[in-house]
Design a protein around this ligand. Structure first.
Ligand code: ATP
Ligand code: MG
Length: 393
């Protein structure tokens, strides 16, 4: 019986000096948390690798593989067969385990790696000998050391020898929580879930804020946003979504202010409210899905006017991306199909026909001062309620 395990490699990115152990523990904890849904596993780490070993016959290694592929901080994942640290056992395992990975493939190479230096053969010798074993058991395959279809790896490590054939890309980035927490302005669109994903990838834990505008926006629109939060949570972990009503603010804006400024003024309200929530929830910055030039409120001038409303960092990871690039990420992470469901957003009600694309701050402030900004912000803060989105891995 072959025993299969997962080897998750975290490579060099997270190995920064004194933080190393902190990152490693964080990653291990994250894996253990995700493993709970898939049965009993022994999870431990050594040599820049997290080992995920089924503890009984019921553990679902395929499910765990899928879950592990969404863990930020992991650069590569391999399924590997475990065997004893001697060439006989390794050869036998290669004969039994490797052929199914080579089906339909033309070329391979063997990469031996001996991190246990007491092993009698060196890496080159291991590669050569096992190369012979593979050729015997798969008669049609050829060796190609430069561009092989499959790389068979033999790793002689601390706890045993591991045989793998092909490894998969991990989610990359840094472990969730290793870079603080920030508040994502989450709409039902394509861009903001991607923005959240990208910051989470760099280790930022997410809270989210969603603005709604009953009865101009629907129950279904909010459900869509919560669904998106759930999809981002598969990578980012649990997300608290804070929902705030902008209905009254929008109605007052329409009554009092010049139409061309509606969107900009609304965005300043959003940012102000978001900043207050962020400070309450101990978030260190705001995240939006804005992309330069995509719409009128996303010119440099408009973004300047928006930023002027707050005094904490605003992260816009989509700022330099084309829509196509944002969409391809949305597809890959699984938010696209949800995002394109057609429900209204509060930004799309009361939109001006000729929004200002080169707003001047003084003029915007003059419009803003026609209303009691502080009172409206306070009132909106009073509508806040929070939904805890639990990550399903
Ligand atoms: P998205 O695709 O993310 O909706 P967008 O291109 O439609 O973005 P806008 O609608 O102008 O652009 O919104 C810009 C950003 O403002 C969004 O990416 C999001 O971060 C934030 N935002 C917009 N509407 C809301 C909302 N109802 N609740 C929370 N944040 C919002
Ligand atoms: Mg939008």
């Amino acid at each position: 019986m072959i025993k299969e395990i997962l080897l998750c490699k975290y490579g060099e990115i997270v190995l920064k000096g004194a933080n190393r152990k902190y990152f490693e523990d964080m990653l291990c904890r994250e894996m253990k948390k995700r493993a709970r849904a898939y049965g009993n596993f022994d999870i431990y780490r050594a040599q820049s690798t997290i080992y995920i070993e089924p503890a009984d016959d019921f553990a679902d290694l395929d499910g765990m593989f899928h879950a592990a592929s969404k863990v930020f901080g992991i650069v590569a994942i391999a399924r590997a067969a475990v065997c004893e640290k001697n060439m006989e056992s390794i050869s036998e395992t290669v004969r039994a385990y490797v052929p199914k990975f080579l089906e339909g493939k033309k070329t391979f190479k063997v990469e031996g790696k001996r991190s246990d230096k007491t092993f009698p053969l060196d890496s080159m010798e291991i590669s050569r000998e096992i190369g012979g074993v593979v050729l015997e058991s798969c008669p049609r395959i050829r060796v190609d050391v430069h561009h092989p279809d499959v790389t068979v790896k033999i790793e002689i490590r601390e706890f045993g020898a591991y045989v793998s054939a092909g490894q998969f890309k991990g989610a990359g980035g840094m472990p969730i929580g290793s870079n603080g927490k920030a508040l994502l302005l989450l709409s039902g669109g394509i861009d903001s879930p991607v923005a959240g994903y990208m910051m989470a990838k760099r280790g930022v834990r997410l809270d989210a804020i969603h603005f709604e505008s009953f009865p101009y926006t629907s129950e279904r629109a909010r459900e869509k946003v919560l669904e998106l939060a759930g999809e981002v949570a598969e990578y980012a972990g649990d997300i608290y979504v804070h929902v705030v009503s902008l209905t009254h603010i929008q109605e007052e804006l329409v009554k009092a202010c010049e139409e061309d400024y509606f969107t900009l003024l609304l965005r300043r309200y959003m940012m102000t409210i978001a900043e207050r929530v962020a400070r309450e929830k101990e978030c260190l910055g705001l995240i939006t899905g804005e992309s330069l030039g995509q719409v009128a409120s996303q010119t440099i001038q408009a973004l300047g006017v928006t930023d002027n409303a707050v005094s904490m960092p605003v992260f816009r990871p989509c700022i330099g991306m084309d829509k196509e690039e944002i969409i391809s990420i949305a597809r890959r992470i699984g938010t696209f199909e949800t995002s394109i469901q057609p429900y209204e957003d509060c930004c799309t009600v009361f939109t001006p026909k000729h929004p200002k694309t080169k707003p001047v701050l003084e003029k915007v402030k003059a419009e803003e001062n026609k209303l009691d900004f502080e009172a409206l912000v306070e009132e909106a803060m009073g509508t806040l309620y929070t939904v805890h989105i639990k990550a399903e891995y």
